[in-house]
Design a protein around this ligand. Structure first.
Ligand code: PA5
Length: 479
């Protein structure tokens, strides 16, 4: 495996360039060395907090150990993936939020961008892949229109087994399979809590016949891509899951010092923290790569659910969190960048740049008599996208707008593992800097309970009553 040599790992190292965040580039709009020095102690504390609590299930920090403690699980997943690839033509993930965003992000990052349209041979024998991350009936019908249930393996992913969306997807599919006389355990794999939750109860009803993977106790949904939640779908697709975990471990090693000059995740956290204190409320992630487009969706959940919190550990009402925004280079240069350059000074833009794209695409010569078009001929698309990436960062800098760049040597399993782990660590450090609980999601829980009440679930009668007594809608506000 390439990632086993030190030279290759060094070549594939993901780095962060934050020049355009600093006063050195931005003058009085940038962060000064004195401001960085002022948070040195706090940054060390945040680092120490994360280091001291690594692996603690009770704090939901089990994700820090995923790169190291899954040898047996990985072997089992690879064996299952082999069977799935042999037996099935379609693989469908049923799940939502943290149980869906990771699998679809890794699929998009590491597989062909039109994977499902490729003939089987070009898919390397992998089944067609779908992730149902919603309960829109049109989407479910669209899925049912393109899959053949007899030839489909469904991976039901839910830690709680109580998420209405996932269990709705499950009920619909289970009914279809049963009506066709198909065995549920033969067509479904559960990824869920080790011993609790409704998927475990369903499995018991079927005599323990479902193949099950454990979503470990100390791993929350949004930190779960490197456990069976993400590893099984990735392995079915033929993604090098050992490489992904090796990349995460490599990044963990790069982040082992409490010093921003020697820890890229801590550097990003400190930059986000200082800019937050200076009123930058919007955190844009803008990869210049279609393969990395969905890392922005995954990151938006990671950042928003982890850091949008009402109270801190001291019990103070803080209502913290910056709003993550997903963007895509170069596409959004023609949509959002005008706002980023001339709008309010309320954003930090994080670019993800790729040094070597998955293929070359030369731009043909032509229209030499039309200089506005002719100058493109003889370049490559890679040169163009990279030039536009640099130019946008430069233009933002010239306009006094904070931005920094995460550099990916190329997009592969090892670099994606690094990127994910760095963003997870960055989120954990930022939460520690803000002195909040990064790993709960009380706001989301309240929404779930309100849905239960609206649909008449037993035990939520009081909540339903409360909702019925809320101020009624005034028709004057309806147009
Ligand atoms: O990050 C999270 O914890 C959430 O997004 C969950 O992943 C999501 O709500 C799904 O929960 P569950 O896995 O219990 O079905």
């Amino acid at each position: 495996m390439a990632y086993k040599t030190k030279e290759w790992r060094n070549e594939m190292r993901v780095t962060v360039d934050y020049n355009y965040m600093t006063a050195n580039s931005l003058g009085d709009k940038g962060i000064t060395d004195a401001e960085l020095r002022a948070v040195k102690g706090k940054a060390e504390e945040a680092f120490n907090y994360v280091a001291a609590n690594r692996g603690k299930d009770e704090l939901f920090m089990g994700w820090t150990e995923l790169p190291y403690n899954q040898d047996e699980i990985v072997a089992d997943i690879l064996a299952t993936a082999k069977q799935v690839r042999k037996k099935f033509k379609y693989f469908v993930v049923l799940g939502i939020g943290g149980s869906a965003l990771g699998p679809i992000m890794a699929f998009n990052a590491l597989k062909h961008l039109h994977f499902n349209e490729l003939p089987p041979k070009k898919r390397g024998g992998a089944p067609k892949f779908y992730v149902e991350d919603n309960v829109d009936p049109v989407r479910m019908q669209a899925l049912l229109d393109v899959i053949v249930p007899e030839e489909t393996c469904f991976n039901v992913i839910s830690k709680s087994g109580a998420t209405s969306e996932t269990m709705t997807q499950f009920l619909i599919i289970a009914d279809i399979l049963e009506k066709k006389g198909l065995s549920l355990p033969e067509h479904m794999i559960f990824t869920t809590d080790a011993s609790r939750g409704n998927l475990i109860k369903i499995d018991e009803k079927y005599g323990g016949k479902f193949k099950k993977y454990v979503l470990p106790d100390g791993v929350g949904g949004r930190f779960s891509e490197l456990c069976p939640v993400g590893l099984l779908p990735a392995a079915v697709l033929g993604i090098d899951i050992k490489g992904m975990l090796a990349g995460a471990a490599y990044m963990d090693g790069l982040c082992s010092k409490p010093n921003i000059a020697r820890n890229p995740a801590l550097a990003c956290a400190v930059l986000q923290y200082i800019s937050m204190q200076q009123g930058k409320n919007i955190n844009v992630l803008m990869p210049y790569s279609d393969n990395l487009k969905l890392i922005a969706d995954w990151y938006c959940q990671l950042w928003a659910e982890s850091l949008g919190k009402a109270v801190d550990y001291a019990g103070n009402t803080v209502n913290v969190g910056t709003t993550p925004v997903k963007s895509l280079g170069v596409t959004d240069q023609h949509s959002q960048v005008q706002l980023y350059i001339e709008g309010p000074y309320d954003k930090v833009i994080t670019f993800i740049s790729v040094e070597k794209y998955g293929c070359e695409m030369p731009i043909a010569h032509g229209c030499d008599d039309i200089p506005d078009v002719g100058f493109l001929g003889g370049h490559t698309m890679q040169e163009l996208i990279q030039a536009e990436n640099k130019a946008t960062a430069y233009a933002l800098m010239c306009a006094g707008r904070m931005n920094y760049t995460i550099n990916m040597p190329e997009v592969n399993a090892f670099t994606l593992g690094q990127l994910m782990f760095m963003l997870e660590l960055q989120t954990a450090y930022t939460g520690a800097l803000l002195n909040i609980n990064t790993f709960n999601q009380p706001g989301v829980e309240n929404g779930k309970k309100a849905t239960f009440a609206l649909l008449g679930k037993k035990g939520y009668e009081a909540q339903k009553k409360e909702m019925d007594n809320a101020p009624s809608f005034d028709s004057k506000y309806i147009v």
